[in-house]
Design a protein around this ligand. Structure first.
Ligand SMILES: Nc1ncnc2c1ncn2[C@@H]1O[C@H](COP(=O)(O)OP(=O)(O)OP(=O)(O)O)[C@@H](O)[C@H]1O
Ligand SMILES: [Mg+2]
Length: 175
């Protein structure tokens, strides 16, 4: 098989596979089942919206998919890696290497410039300074912020802050 065909095959593979996923919160001597038994498969290049009424478990599910939390039962495979049983250290590595977050409140570091904020994931992934700056600039240019790179979050509009968060989420993609 040539390389292009192999690439195509991987792109139709499941990226996220959830099987019988449960998240039970301990609560005042009892418990709350936020997720009872979730089965979900997400393929490469899928776009997905998770909808449901307040308290139905969306954030709980996103926390698990984003490797910020672990299920209490069931299995989660991310690119065929079994993340449901990983410890905090292993999850932190997966978050850095595999996942891009755009938080609702953006979670930008207030004292740092847009450029420095976008560099953060690259620092954790071990990239050298010169490469970090080049890739952070590229990501900021992609979101149309080439003339705002040295602004701090308080010196940007809401939409510009959101785009910094998007650039930060994308800066590790496509390596
Ligand atoms: N840390 C916790 N301890 C105990 N119960 C929790 C905890 N976090 C969430 N819950 C409960 O689990 C259920 C699911 O909560 P979750 O935050 O996932 O809902 P949601 O779908 O994101 O809701 P919303 O649309 O209001 O944000 C709710 O009943 C909530 O009260
Ligand atoms: Mg929520």
């Amino acid at each position: 098989m040539n390389q292009a065909a192999q690439q195509e095959l991987t792109e139709t593979d499941a990226i996220i596979q959830l099987t019988g996923l449960q998240r039970r919160y301990a609560m005042g001597g009892g418990y709350i089942d936020a997720l009872r038994s979730v089965d979900l498969e997400v393929l490469a290049n899928d776009y997905l919206a998770i909808m449901g009424q307040s308290g139905s478990g969306k954030s709980t599910l996103m926390n698990i998919i984003g490797c910020l939390d672990r299920p209490t039962a069931g299995e989660y495979r991310l690119r065929d890696k079994r993340v449901s049983t990983m410890d905090d250290r292993q999850l932190a590595k997966i978050r850095n290497q595999e996942i891009g977050f755009v938080f609702q409140t953006f979670n930008l570091l207030p004292r740092m410039t847009a450029l420095a904020n976008v560099e953060v994931p690259l620092i954790y992934s071990g990239a050298k300074r010169k490469e970090r700056v080049a890739r952070a600039k590229e990501a900021l240019t992609t979101v149309g912020l080439e003339d705002r790179m040295l602004h701090r979050p308080s010196e940007m509009s809401g939409g510009e802050r959101q785009r910094v968060a998007i650039a930060r989420a994308l800066v590790l993609a496509g390596r």
